[in-house]
Design a protein around this ligand. Structure first.
Ligand code: NAD
Ligand code: GLY
Length: 363
């Protein structure tokens, strides 16, 4: 079993990566803490596929376990559904000596993570990510949240898990479009900080797309290492962690203007990265050749790098609404300098964003 350590002092934890590890969660959890109760939060799709395996493993380790099922969908990443998880925690007599288990994609990881962060002012949490996005990004780093009707992830907390358990085999049941969307976050890690990962993806793309488990495991472990490196330097996103938001300024706004139902998160981020790299080329920060490499890799994965129908005014309005809600200072844009290197720039003007979007729209 591969282990990647996230070094955060008292809140440090390992990420375990192995095939078939789902059925070992009970004994692994026992090795981490003394407990008699756990509650698995998952959705109806993942529960059918993997709920029993995880519950049986916990129960065989002598941990009394309940499953709390949430419907499948981003719209359930809400305070209302966090409330229902709290109800189940109370009913199951969960305490700070119990553990919440988030079994699912990024939606469940964020929602169950938020419930664990706030119930009794914080109880232990285990992340078992089942989508590629969750395995390479959202389960690592402790960001948990629910959405507010006015914006995504507006209510949340930092709450690091006791460990993250990545079972690569579960990706076999992940819909292809979700897998592809997850690749956008891997390419993001390559672009902002990991030239080798980027090169590995270029050289092994057909194997990755064919779900060759060795290659998939490589990109997952590399991505987890990259994310761990950033989170270790800046757990609460005071500075360098912001580079993980590469492609997200425009990407989030594309998700918002399309009502969160046209694009998967990773697809919107892919277009966002195409726009950010165009801004960087126009500002002479990035060589055009690097932009071409990035867009070629994104397109090779089947990800969008253009969106001809995009309404630029609406995108700009959403970017500023998002910024107004979240921060008083200037817009911080993450721009690539090279394949494997990114910087945060606060001087990008509205016109530069608009021009880049219209160029990307025309591609
Ligand atoms: P998701 O959780 O909705 O999962 C995508 C779909 O795949 C769902 O229908 C889910 O049921 C299904 N699924 C997941 N694993 C499966 C499996 N193994 N087999 C079959 N079906 C499976 O979405 P996502 O893309 O995983 O995550 C997106 C969410 O993550 C967003 O809410 C985003 O805000 C959040 N996110 C959080 C962070 C963070 O740092 N906390 C980072 C990135 C994204
Ligand atoms: N996904 C961005 C972060 O974890 O900071």
């Amino acid at each position: 079993m591969q282990q990647i350590y996230v070094d955060l002092g008292k809140s440090s934890y390992p990420i375990y990566i192995d095939r078939g590890s789902l059925s070992r969660v009970g004994s692994i959890l026992r090795g981490h803490m003394e407990l008699s109760r756990a509650a698995i939060a998952t959705n109806n799709v993942i529960n059918k596929l993997y709920g029993d395996i995880v519950r049986d493993s916990l129960q065989s380790a002598g941990i009394e376990t309940e499953i709390v099922e949430v419907p499948d969908g981003e719209e359930y990443k809400s305070l209302e559904w966090a409330g229902r998880i709290f109800d189940a925690f109370v009913e199951h007599r969960m305490t700070r000596q119990s553990s919440a288990i988030a079994l699912g994609g990024g939606v469940i990881g964020d929602l169950a993570g938020f419930a664990a962060a706030t119930y009794m002012r914080g109880i232990p949490l285990v992340q078992i990510p089942t989508s590629l996005i969750a395995q390479v990004d959202s389960s690592v780093g402790g960001k948990t949240a629910v959405n507010h009707p006015k914006g995504k992830n507006l209510i949340g907390a930092f709450h690091q898990p006791r460990f993250v358990l990545v079972d690569v085999d579960v990706l076999k049941t992940l819909p292809e479009r979700e897998f592809t969307a997850g690749l956008a976050e891997v390419i993001k890690h390559g672009m902002i900080m990991d030239r080798e990962l980027f090169g590995y993806m270029e050289s092994n793309l057909s194997k990755i797309l064919d779900l060759d488990m060795h290659s998939v495991e490589q990109i997952i472990s590399r991505s987890c290492k990259d994310k761990a490196t950033i989170v270790e330097q800046d757990e609460k996103e005071q500075n360098v962690r912001a580079i993980l938001n590469y492609g997200h300024t425009v990407g989030h706004s594309i998700e918002a203007v399309t009502g969160y139902n046209s694009f998967r998160h990773g697809e919107a981020i892919s277009i966002g990265m195409a726009v950010a790299s165009r801004i960087a080329v126009n500002m002479e920060i990035l060589e055009e050749e690097c932009e071409i490499r990035q867009n070629h890799l994104l397109a090779g994965c089947g990800l969008p790098t253009t969106f001809p129908d995009l309404d630029i005014d609406k995108v700009m309005d959403t970017i500023y609404l998002d910024k107004k809600i979240r921060e008083a200072d200037r817009l911080r844009f993450v721009l690539p300098k090279d394949v494997g290197e990114a910087i945060i720039v606060e001087t990008v003007t509205d016109d530069q964003i608009r021009n880049a979007i219209s160029e990307v729209k025309r591609q």
